[in-house]
Design a protein around this ligand. Structure first.
Ligand SMILES: [Zn+2]
Length: 382
């Protein structure tokens, strides 16, 4: 069962709503109907207040959607594929096909969200000012929406990763020291401190007997979890930034299609030359033979069977192109549940990338980046 339901597409971007969003809509509706409107319009009936409450919650929903759309549209304009937008209890997320490749790109994609919220807030503030005399009810609601959007802008600009402000902050550090990994670490650390700050503020507020403090505390808790869990993912992404499949591909020992399986086992596999071999005819990749393929065959037949007969043929292989990004290679390996992928140029074999290679590479890059004097160069593929 999916926890997210799709509600449509805007500019080719799929919009989904996580079930937790229902809570926030209910909360906003309730808080508008029972707190805001009763204060300003004590003569309204319950029905009137709840109807307006729902309308305000829908406008709030649209405001968050516009905020996320602005991120997605700027990303698209930078050539980054956008998979979709999901709205959930703490706001929304844009699922981008890849990370920004430069600090400038990341800065623009991140900063446009809070700016959009600020612009929406300003539009409602204008409505509030203009309608104060002719329509005080509408004006009051517009004023409330102006405050909410300003609050969204302000909250998102907190310099903690993975909030927009954290991304803006990271892009600035990245632009200065040209080291994405280091910038990620600094932004994630700051994110943790911002989270603790929110939790402390929430606790203090609760102590002075405001229930809003609980909400602040929960947001702080959420932010702390998000910043630590997204950090690991960011480290992987940042470590592989700018690397192509070609740069990671290792030469593999190729075997001819007519090689008997027992020769493959005794001369290569048992001598520790690896568990995965491309089957080649000249420069052309015919398939891949692995230890698993060999194990599927009874031992008595090893001498009489060629590797060609047991290999996974080219058509059924999950391959990547030489120019594909390293992160995409990792994604293919985890989605297809394979430990290695051939890097190909058409049907010509460029090399093989294994999961172990990628993991070791991430470790090395991470270790180098935590060296105090190190200044990284993102464009360096080695
Ligand atoms: Zn945002």
């Amino acid at each position: 069962m999916s926890t997210t339901f799709k509600i449509g597409r805007i500019a080719g971007i799929e919009i989904g709503v996580h079930w937790s969003w229902v809570f926030i809509v209910a909360l906003i509706t309730w808080s508008v109907a029972e707190n805001v409107l009763t204060e300003f319009f004590p003569t309204w009936t319950d029905g009137e207040r709840w109807i307006v409450g729902v309308i305000v919650a829908m406008i709030f929903f649209a405001s968050i959607l516009l905020h996320e759309l602005s991120h997605s549209l700027v990303a698209k304009a930078k050539g980054i594929p956008v998979k979709g937008i999901t709205l959930f209890v703490f706001g929304g997320v844009s699922q981008l096909g890849r990370e920004a490749q430069t600090a400038g790109e990341e800065f623009q994609i991140a900063v446009v969200g809070p700016l959009t919220s600020l612009a929406i807030g300003a539009a409602f503030a204008g409505t509030w000012a203009v309608l104060r005399d002719p329509a005080p009810e509408v004006s009051a609601i517009a004023g409330y929406l102006a405050l909410i959007n300003a609050a969204i802008a302000a909250f998102n600009m907190l310099p903690g990763f993975p909030l927009d402000g954290g991304r803006v902050f990271r892009s600035i550090v990245w632009a200065r020291n040209r080291d994405l990994l280091k910038a990620t670490r600094i932004a994630a650390k700051t994110g943790e401190w911002v989270a603790y700050g929110l939790m402390a503020a929430g606790a203090v507020q609760f102590f002075f007997n405001t229930v809003g403090g609980v909400w602040l505390f929960i947001i702080g808790l959420f932010l702390r979890n998000a910043s630590t869990s997204s950090y690991e993912q960011m480290v992987v992404q940042a470590s592989l930034q700018g690397l192509s499949a070609r740069a990671m591909a290792r030469d593999a020992i190729a075997v001819p299609p007519d090689m008997p399986v027992d020769q493959l086992v005794t001369e290569l596999m048992l001598r520790g030359r690896g568990r995965c071999y491309p089957v080649m005819s000249g420069q052309q990749l015919l398939g891949l033979v692995t230890l698993t393929d060999v194990q599927a065959l009874v031992r008595e037949q090893w001498a009489a069977t060629s590797v060609f007969a047991v290999m996974t043929p080219f058509e059924r292989l999950h391959t990547v192109a030489a120019d594909d990004e390293a992160l995409y290679v990792l994604q293919v390996m985890s989605e297809k549940d394979v430990n290695q992928v051939p890097v190909v140029d058409g049907q010509l074999l460029v090399g093989i990338v294994s999961r172990g290679d990628v993991m070791r590479l991430i470790q090395v890059r991470r270790a180098v980046a935590s060296q105090p004097g190190h200044t990284g160069d993102q464009s360096d593929p080695a």
